[in-house]
Design a binder for this molecule. Structure first.
Ligand code: MN
Ligand code: MN
Length: 317
């Protein structure tokens, strides 16, 4: 290591409940200049269809990240030894106008990506992934997608609107943001409007792994298969916290029982090591429905795990 990278503020330098309210109590800076990876919040819930509150998600995830330490004891990853990372605050969305907000998000990420930085986004409702993918496409071309969610989020419209948190992957598909034979949706479940709700995606060549196919088993074999199919293509990872069973993560807007475990979430993200990740997000944390803080705490940990599998971070175990 020739340069001095930013480090999370340690618990022996400042009590865990004090210090800066940034992700992992990292330094904050205004732009992504000089950063290999950046944490960014999108405090938005105006795309939600049921319970609101994800506008408060980024702030709560940052708060619950305060106990995260720099080394990953399971994988040996030491992200801060290899990457320059900071928290670059939030995207100033227009909370009165969702359509303007998606354009604000794309312009913001265009600027972030111009520095060669990998964005790790704290959501915010799932609408935000579409405008991020538009900016990602401008820089990297179409990408492979690993989408973990209880829902397919491929509606053509919701309540007559084409921009909403149930539509982002339909819009991204329309915009040519995705490599269709390298799209994976994992954890889908619950009730639908028709028995073929998930089949539109399959018809595009996407792989849909419903939650029931994940029950009672390790997801490491699934991730090995995904590696084979993606190869060295650029990959975007989008993680909707409602993919987890509500026993683990009740603090979200559209809850479905029978979901993934936190152990499976770790297997999925750790299973992304070695992929050419160009961006990641963690969306749909709604603090008003998260009285214990556990949902935001899990989200903070999963964002840290994403940082640990970015290109340039060796896995030593
Ligand atoms: Mn979603
Ligand atoms: Mn969902």
């Amino acid at each position: 290591m020739t340069r001095q990278n930013n480090q999370p503020l340690g618990g022996n330098q400042m009590p865990r409940f004090g210090g800066p309210a940034t992700m992992m109590r990292l330094l904050s800076q205004e732009t992504a200049q000089g950063l290999d990876a950046a944490f960014i919040g999108i405090p938005m819930d105006i795309g939600t269809s049921n319970r609101p509150g994800t506008r408060l998600g980024p702030r709560q995830i940052r708060d619950e990240s305060r106990m995260l330490r720099p080394y990953n004891m399971a994988t040996g990853a030491a992200p801060f030894d290899h990457l320059q990372v900071a928290d670059i605050s939030d995207v100033p969305i227009n909370t009165f106008d969702l359509k303007k907000s998606v354009d604000i998000i794309t312009a913001h990420y265009r600027e972030v990506l111009s520095h060669g930085t990998i964005p790790l986004t704290l959501g915010g409702d799932h609408t935000l992934t579409w405008p991020i993918l538009r900016a990602i496409k401008e820089r990297h071309g179409p990408v492979a997608l690993i989408h973990i969610d209880a829902h397919a989020d491929i509606n053509d419209e919701m309540f007559g609107e084409r921009v909403a948190h149930g539509c982002p992957f339909r819009r991204a598909w329309e915009d040519g943001c995705l490599i269709n034979d390298k799209v994976f949706q994992i954890g889908l479940r619950g009730t639908g409007y028709g028995p073929d709700d998930f089949d539109w995606a399959r018809g595009q060549g996407w792989t849909v792994v419903q939650a029931e196919a994940c029950w009672h088993k390790s997801l490491m074999p699934l991730m090995r298969g995904i590696h084979e199919q993606i190869g060295d293509a650029p990959v975007y990872l989008t993680y909707d916290i409602d993919s987890l069973d509500p026993a683990f993560a009740p603090g979200t807007g559209t809850v479905e029982p029978g979901g993934l475990t936190t152990i499976q979430a770790l297997e999925i993200i750790r299973g992304c090591a070695g992929l050419n990740l160009v961006g990641c997000d963690l969306v749909e944390v709604s603090p008003p429905y998260d009285p214990s803080g556990n949902t935001a705490l899990i989200a903070a940990n999963l964002l840290y795990e994403m940082l640990c599998v970015l290109p340039g971070v060796p896995q030593t175990r």
